[in-house]
Design a protein around this ligand. Structure first.
Ligand code: IPM
Ligand code: MG
Length: 360
C-alpha cells in the first residue's frame, strides 16, 4: 500500500489538486494500484487555520508518505504577513524538511500548442525538449547569514549565496543520470565569471563529470543561457543549475513551451518521498472560477507514478490521456486562441473528467 499526501494550498491549488486526486484514483483503479490518500494544510490556508504556513503535523504526515502532491501557495491575502510566516516560507520549509534537493522540470512543446509559444514559429518548429534540473534546498534561498539593518543612516539587507561541494555533487549526479536516459547532454549554468559559489559549482561539476564519460558536458553563464534559451532552445537537453538561476530559467522555459498550465515538476531527495507540483503558481485572479488548467498537476501525477510509486505503465497511461485530450482539441482558458473553431473550451473540472474517462 502506497500513501500519498495532497497539499492543496491556496488560489487555484485546491481546484487543480482535486483533479489530480481524481486522476490518481482512476488510474489506481484501472491498474490495480493500492494507494491511500489524505489531505493536509499548507501555505496561506494553513496560516489562516493554525498561524503557521507549514504546521508540524503537515510535515510529519509528508515525511511518512511515499509521495506528496502540492497544488500552489501564496496570494495577495498574505502580502502583509512577515516573511517567516508567508505561504512561500511554508513551501520552502517543506522542500527543506523533506530533503528534496533536486527539482526536475521537463519542458516540451505539444505540437498542437506550438502557436502558444512566445517564440517565433521557425524557432519552435526546431523542437523544444529539455529538462531543467534545479538545485532546490540550497543557494541564496537558504544561505546564512541573511538579514537587514540600518548602517550610516541607510537601510540595508543581504542574503548569502552559498553551496558546499556535496550539495553540488549530488545535484550534478542527478543531472548526469537524467541525461543518460535522454540525449546525453548536460549544460551546467552558473555565473562563474563573477561569483565564488559559481566557481566552486563549476569545479565540482567538472570533477563529477569524470565519472560520466558518455555524457557531454558544457558550461554556460546564466545571462548567456537566458539568451540561448530563447534563441536556440532546441540546442538544450539537460540544464543543470542552482536554486535561484533555476527558478528564473524555468519560468522562462515555460513561456517558451506556451503555458505554465502544462508544466509538471518532480522534486526528489536521496530517500522517499518525492514532492510533485505543477510549475505554475496560485493564480489568485482566476481562483475559484473553474478556469485553471489542471494538466500540469495531472502530468505531475504521471511523474509521481513513475518516480515514486513504481507504476510506469500507469504513468504512460496518464500521459497518453493528456496527449489525446490536447489532440482532440479540448482547451482550458489559458490555451484558447481567438478564431479557432477547432477547439472546445473546457473548465478545470471537466478537463479532469475527460482525462478520467480516457483512463477507464
Ligand atoms: C517555484 C516558485 C517558488 C520558488 C516560490 C513560490 C517560493 O517560484 O517553485 O519556482 O521560488 O521556488
Ligand atoms: Mg518559480
Amino acid at each position: 500500500m502506497a500513501h500519498v499526501v495532497f497539499l492543496p494550498g491556496d488560489g487555484i491549488g485546491p481546484e487543480v489538486a482535486g483533479e489530480a486526486a481524481k486522476v490518481l484514483a482512476a488510474v489506481a483503479e484501472r491498474y490495480n494500484l493500492d494507494i491511500s490518500t489524505e489531505n493536509a494544510l499548507i501555505g496561506g490556508a494553513a496560516f489562516d487555520a493554525t498561524g503557521f504556513p507549514l504546521p508540524d503535523e503537515t510535515l510529519a504526515l509528508c515525511k511518512k508518505a511515499d509521495a506528496v502532491f502540492l497544488g500552489a501557495v501564496g496570494g495577495p491575502a498574505w502580502d502583509a504577513v512577515p516573511r517567516p510566516k508567508r505561504p512561500e516560507a511554508g513551501l520552502l520549509a517543506l522542500r527543506k524538511g523533506l530533503g528534496v534537493f533536486a527539482n526536475l522540470r521537463p519542458i516540451a512543446i505539444f505540437p498542437e500548442l506550438a502557436a502558444f509559444s512566445c517564440l517565433r514559429q521557425d524557432i519552435v518548429t526546431q523542437g523544444v525538449d529539455l529538462l531543467i534540473v534545479r538545485e532546490l534546498t540550497g543557494d541564496i534561498y537558504f544561505g546564512e547569514p541573511r538579514g537587514e539593518g540600518v548602517r550610516g543612516g541607510l537601510r540595508y539587507a543581504y542574503d548569502t549565496m552559498v553551496y558546499d561541494e556535496e550539495e553540488i555533487r549530488r545535484i550534478a549526479r542527478m543531472a548526469f543520470a537524467a541525461a543518460r536516459s535522454r540525449r546525453k547532454k548536460v549544460c551546467s549554468v552558473d555565473k562563474a565569471n563573477v561569483l565564488s559559489a559559481s566557481r566552486l559549482w563549476r569545479t565540482v561539476v567538472e570533477e563529477e563529470h569524470a565519472a560520466w564519460p558518455d555524457i557531454e558536458l558544457s558550461h554556460m553563464y546564466v545571462d548567456n543561457a537566458a539568451m540561448q534559451l530563447v534563441a536556440r532552445p532546441a540546442s538544450f537537453d539537460v540544464i543543470l543549475t542552482g536554486n535561484l538561476f533555476g527558478d528564473i530559467l524555468s519560468d522562462q522555459a515555460a513561456a517558451i513551451a506556451g503555458s505554465l498550465g502544462m508544466l509538471s515538476s518532480a522534486s526528489l531527495g536521496a530517500t522517499a518521498p518525492g514532492l510533485y507540483e505543477p510549475a505554475h503558481g496560485s493564480a489568485p485572479d482566476i481562483a475559484g472560477q473553474d478556469k485553471a488548467n489542471p494538466l500540469a498537476s495531472i502530468l505531475s501525477i504521471a511523474l509521481m507514478l513513475r518516480m515514486s510509486l513504481n507504476a510506469p505503465q500507469a504513468a504512460d497511461a496518464v500521459e497518453s490521456a493528456v496527449k489525446s485530450l490536447i489532440r482532440e482539441g479540448f482547451r482550458t482558458a489559458d490555451l484558447v486562441a481567438e478564431n479557432n473553431r477547432n477547439t472546445v473550451p473546457t473548465g478545470c473540472k471537466e478537463t479532469g473528467d475527460l482525462i478520467v474517462a480516457r483512463l477507464k
